[in-house]
Design a protein around this ligand. Structure first.
Ligand code: SF4
Length: 277
């Protein structure tokens, strides 16, 4: 069985940066270290960090004061404000690309635009962007969501960094009819599109495709759906333990891609498991 690993797969720049930062802090502090929500969308990595002492929290109630890590997806500004007021030492691990989206959203709001965020309504990155865009901003995840958008003089658009470019194009096309003046920032992160294009390239030449990554990871979900359209036998796994022998019977080539929050060690375990088949 031949195994082909997508050249661009696994940890992206922003995730690597956040994880390394937390490792460093955990090794060098005796204070409690908290992450507001999961640091990244990979349960195995989060569990490993929690094993080293990281505590994932949802609010600040009854906590001993310590360091608060702002996760790679960012958080609303009011969360940071509250943490500072309570005396937490803030360590900002927001990916710089996400920070850029937040700052575009804030400046659009300040200059009188109705801010439209293209993305998944419940995704933590989108929730953080809304915090900067104002609670009167609108989240659009699919074309149908536009129907209830009223006509506005000025519409300012920003995009979740892991949003699909095709969706972005089609939704923007529809939004053109909803405003007189549109300011559009294409804030899709290159790491996402590079991983998707690379996954497509690999999927086109294999019989089975494995997409490795957290079940809560939006960019892994997108990789899965893209590959599934090309290879019927595409499987989404979090770890090597989920691999089933029957997937590879009479199959010659297996492709592997992994979401931006999947660490190298999980990809390696998948490869080793495949080699043992
Ligand atoms: S996918 Fe892009 S925006 Fe998201 S964390 Fe990675 S580098 Fe940052």
């Amino acid at each position: 069985m031949k195994i082909i690993i997508a050249e661009y797969s696994g940890f992206c720049f922003g995730v690597k940066r956040a994880v390394n930062l937390v490792y460093k802090i955990l090794k060098n502090t005796s204070k409690p270290v908290y992450s507001f929500g999961p640091l990244i969308h990979n349960p195995q990595v989060v569990a490993k960090l929690e094993g080293m002492g990281l505590k994932t929290i949802k609010n600040f109630d009854s906590l001993e004061i310590g360091k608060l890590i702002i996760r790679s997806h960012g958080v609303r500004p009011d969360v940071i404000k509250e943490a500072k007021e309570r005396g937490f030492d803030i360590v900002d691990a927001t990916c710089p690309f996400v920070r850029k989206v937040q700052s575009y959203a804030r400046s659009l709001k300040k200059t009188g635009y109705k801010v439209v965020v293209l993305g998944e309504p419940d995704h933590p990155e989108v929730l953080s962007i809304i915090g900067f865009a104002g609670d009167d901003s609108i989240v659009v995840g699919k074309e149908e969501d536009i129907k209830c958008t009223a006509f506005c003089e000025k519409i300012g658009i920003v995009v979740q960094t892991t949003f699909s470019f095709e969706n972005f194009q089609s939704i923007v096309g529809k939004l053109l009819k909803k405003g007189e003046e549109l300011r559009i920032y294409n804030t899709i992160c290159e790491a996402t599109s590079v991983r998707q294009n690379n996954a497509i390239k690999v999927a086109k030449g294999v019989d089975v495709m494995l997409v490795v990554g957290g079940k809560n990871s939006a960019n892994t979900a997108r990789l899965f759906h893209i590959c599934k359209k090309i290879v019927k036998d595409t499987y989404w796994i979090e770890t090597a333990d989920e691999i089933l022998h029957k997937w590879f019977l009479k199959r010659g080539k297996v492709g592997i891609t992994a979401g931006a929050s999947t660490p190298e060690w999980i990809i390696q375990e998948v490869v080793e498991k495949l080699q043992s088949h």
